[in-house]
Design a binder for this molecule. Structure first.
Ligand code: A2P
Length: 279
């Protein structure tokens, strides 16, 4: 069940690069999202990540504490006045064992230097954009799917999200619902553009309407049949991939099998990949 915390009065920053937590939502016992204030000077491209974290424990010898930082995709769109992040909770994870307890009014450290490859600039123009995510790998796509450019650049946008359990799909399902229902987003992106969005959630360890790893569903052709679309081709299709390491490697091989080549900021091609954060 989802729990939501409301904002408390903002405290005075005390950390280097401090930002204040404005809201926290716990989606499952292993997943949460939170929003923080945005540094006024921070500009980023949808799909990029920043380093965020907390102060570490003081060193036993020197007594000095160093920041404990990890790469987190920004899940909010670039026009949003706050920043949103989506995270796992790892009980013995150096950062997330502590980060999972943040509350509105608390501070986190945020280095305002956005980078990453899951950006429109790293892809050649195409007709159809595939966004392939597992687990918290949906975060950069939560940003891209609220960016009007994503829909202006393509005729069709397909988000696939594979998780172990049904509850892990809720963040994405709510995101898609809000994109379709939210008045502000509708106005920003346009109803005709939103009609381009398709959503294909699957689970692997709990019963749901669509079971199986997206990689297997691509190899068998089932995903193309289900969506009623042609298989992937380099003339038409572009893809962004974000998930666990094994998934990234497997889907790369599948996409290359369809003739797609990996792009980068400096060398745009047919698909791009980034690892989802794991503490
Ligand atoms: P599975 O349950 O079959 O391992 P995780 O929570 O471990 O990060 O996994 C998130 C989702 O990614 C799970 O549904 C998992 O399926 C799936 N997954 C893990 N490895 C791969 C892979 N090599 N190819 C496709 N999907 C994968």
């Amino acid at each position: 069940s989802v729990t939501e915390a409301e904002a408390k009065p903002v405290n005075k920053p005390t950390l280097p690069d401090a930002q204040t937590v404005t809201s926290v939502r716990h989606w499952t016992d292993k997943l949460f999202s939170f929003r923080v204030t945005r540094p006024q000077s921070l500009r980023f491209r949808s799909g990029e990540f920043v380093m965020i974290g907390l102060m570490g424990e003081p060193d036993a010898k020197t007594g000095k504490a160093k920041p404990l930082l990890r790469a987190y995709s920004i899940a909010s769109p670039s026009w949003d006045e706050e920043l949103e992040f989506y995270s796992i909770k790892v009980q013995d994870g150096p950062l997330t064992s502590r980060l999972q307890h943040i509350e509105p009014g608390d501070e986190i450290i945020l280095r305002p230097k956005p980078v990453g490859t899951l950006v429109h600039d790293a892809l050649l123009p195409g007709k159809r954009l595939w966004l392939f995510a597992t687990g918290t790998g949906i975060a950069p796509f939560a940003s891209l799917l609220r960016d009007p450019q994503t829909f202006e650049d393509y005729d069709e946008v397909i988000l696939t999200h594979t998780c172990r359990e049904v509850g892990e799909l809720t963040y994405g399902a709510e995101l898609i619902q809000s994109i379709k229902d939210d008045e502000l987003l509708n106005e920003l992106i346009g109803a005709e553009n939103l009609a381009k969005l398709r959503y294909y959630p699957t689970t692997t360890r709990e019963e749901s309407p669509k079971m199986g790893r997206i990689t297997d569903l691509m190899r068998s052709g089932e995903v193309f049949e289900d969506l009623g679309v042609e298989p992937i081709s380099p003339d038409r299709d572009r893809a962004m991939v974000c998930g666990n390491l094994a998934f990234n490697l497997e889907i790369k091989e599948i996409l290359e099998g369809f003739g797609l080549e990996e792009g980068a900021n400096s060398d745009p091609k047919h698909y791009v990949v980034e690892k989802a954060f794991l503490d």
